[in-house]
Design a protein around this ligand. Structure first.
Ligand SMILES: Nc1ncnc2c1ncn2[C@@H]1O[C@H](COP(=O)(O)OP(=O)(O)OP(=O)(O)O)[C@@H](O)[C@H]1O
Ligand SMILES: [Mg+2]
Length: 351
């Protein structure tokens, strides 16, 4: 169990990315202000440390991505920021201010689980959320109508939320978070479960909102292509900590250059590793239970030699690919697990 600790966080003292886990960031220029500064947050549930010395600075403006497998702690961090959970120790600031009712008024959260009332219509839900923030009467109706138009909900304005499609529900969930024109918009997996075309429509909506409102958007997702398309900066979260931080380009550089991935049966990779290591040009070799990943400047040039090693050792190759680094590769390199596999482990109760 983590020891309780109070950390005072003087305004402006932290620059760049706090915490050793975030050190890989090669970002040279620290922004002048942050939407969120979190330092050494710890959160435990009975028998489970969910955030452990979680440190992260999120720059003001633009879209920031939080990526990580199921159970990494992303939503817990969001719940702490939004005041739904209390951290055990550590500190955080929102736009330079300690957490307070006032600082939290600046946040709009669209949680992972839809939070509108299923028996109310789209319009009624928006008016309800407006009222929670003191927005009532004509102003509330105008704002709700504006959001209904912006988010393509016009057809559903008077439809009971429970009768709307999954994609429309996600839009309504987002609209509820925007009623009070927050400066910090937090979207917890806004596109999970949506079909590819609806997902892209939502990407456009989120990008437009970020561009036109000057708000800072924090977005969690399991979709690497989504993070790459939308986010100026990304933090990888794994096992309650920030494992890496940077722009998608900076992060991909962490994964090295080209990758040759091989999978075989029986898959005695430990035996193959030292043999592959001897090949000129094979820079780094990572062995996982899912195969061998060879990093090289020219991975394609290694294919025949590596294949020969597999064959010489009676390994039947069942998968072979050459690829340029992707964000998924960065995650694999940092954690030794694929996002999907880490997801399965969490579902099975591990972490
Ligand atoms: N109220 C709670 N009580 C006990 N354990 C909890 C509670 N909330 C979260 N946890 C545990 O904390 C860990 C982190 O959960 P969290 O929801 O923050 O992960 P996540 O990164 O958002 O995952 P996902 O991608 O699945 O949404 C999980 O193992 C989860 O089971
Ligand atoms: Mg979550």
């Amino acid at each position: 169990m983590a020891k309780r600790k109070n950390v005072e966080l003087p305004p402006g003292q932290i620059s760049g990315q706090a915490g050793p886990a975030a050190q890989p960031s090669p970002s040279p220029s620290a922004p002048s202000s942050y939407a969120v500064e979190a330092l050494e947050l710890v959160k435990t549930y009975p028998g489970k440390v969910t955030l452990f010395n979680f440190s992260l600075n999120i720059p003001e403006g633009g879209i920031f991505g939080l990526l990580g497998p199921n159970g990494a702690g992303k939503s817990t961090f969001i719940r702490i920021l939004s005041g739904l959970e209390k951290e055990d120790s550590g500190a955080f600031r929102i736009f330079g201010q300690r957490p307070s009712a006032e600082s939290r008024r600046r946040i709009g959260v669209a949680p992972q689980e839809n939070c509108f009332h299923p028996l109310l219509t789209c319009m009624e839900n928006l008016l309800y959320y407006g009222a929670l923030y003191g927005i009532t009467g004509k102003k509330a109706k105008e704002r709700a109508q504006e959001l209904i138009n912006q988010l393509g909900l016009a057809d559903k304005k008077n439809v009971q939320a429970s009768f709307m499609s999954g994609g429309m529900k996600r839009r309504l969930n987002l609209a509820c978070a925007l009623m009070h024109e927050p400066r910090l918009i937090i979207l917890d997996e806004p596109t999970t479960g949506l079909d590819p075309s609806t997902r892209r429509q939502l990407w456009e909506t989120v990008t437009r909102i970020a561009a036109t409102t000057n708000a800072t958007v924090i977005l969690t997702t399991h979709y690497m292509e989504e993070a790459e398309a939308l986010c100026g900066k990304i933090a990888f979260v794994n096992k309650g900590q920030v494992a890496a931080y940077g722009t998608p380009r900076e992060l991909k550089r962490l994964a090295g250059r080209e990758l040759l991935k091989m999978k075989s049966v029986p898959g005695e990779y430990a035996k193959l590793e030292p043999l592959i290591k001897k090949l000129p040009g094979a820079e780094t070799i990572t062995v996982t239970e899912h195969g061998i990943v060879v990093e090289a400047e020219d991975a394609a040039a290694l294919v025949s030699a590596v294949t020969q090693i597999f064959m010489d050792n009676s390994e039947k190759i069942i998968e072979l690919s050459v690829s340029r680094p992707s964000l998924e590769d960065v995650f694999l390199k940092l954690t030794g697990a694929q996002l999907k596999e880490a997801t399965k482990n969490e579902a099975a109760g591990g972490n």
